[in-house]
Ligand binder design. Structure first.
Ligand SMILES: Cc1cc2nc3c(=O)[nH]c(=O)nc-3n(C[C@H](O)[C@H](O)[C@H](O)COP(=O)(O)O)c2cc1C
Length: 116
């Protein structure tokens, strides 16, 4: 993707936060792929925040420059792997609350039925 913006621009920061549900056929390996792609892309875009998945709902918060956040909002909202998206925040912010983009959830969680 061509660079349309400067990821180092800290002058106009935005926050986007939502929750959503995976589609029925969503698997742990789908989530691993999303973790990998989002970690790489968000770092390139200077986007920080977190993505959590508890097996039922996604919780995501991303923060960064207006241009990368606006682009990601469009990409994420149109991703067919989740539904029932409930936007909780999409607003300008004065400063970031995350130092990096981190993801967590199913892949490193104990699965139901695990013993010991
Ligand atoms: C719940 C959820 C959260 C996602 N979060 C991000 C994200 O933070 N950053 C990102 O680049 N892609 C994220 N994605 C993946 C994008 O929707 C998209 O598949 C990815 O950026 C690759 O896009 P491309 O196929 O246009 O390269 C997320 C997808 C889902 C389902």
């Amino acid at each position: 993707m061509p660079t349309l913006f400067n990821p180092q621009d800290e002058n106009s920061l935005m926050l986007f936060r939502y929750t959503s549900s995976p589609v029925a056929e969503f698997t742990a390996s789908d989530f691993s792929l999303i973790q990998k792609i989002s970690t790489k892309r968000n770092a390139e875009f200077g986007v920080t925040g977190q993505l959590e998945f508890d097996g039922t709902r996604f919780f995501q918060e991303i923060e960064g420059g207006v241009a990368p956040i606006a682009l990601l909002v469009g990409v994420i909202l149109s991703d067919p792997r989740h539904r029932d998206i409930s936007v909780e925040a999409f607003q300008r912010i004065e400063m970031r609350s995350h130092a990096a983009f981190v993801t967590g959830g199913l892949s490193e969680q104990r699965k139901p039925g695990d013993t010991g």
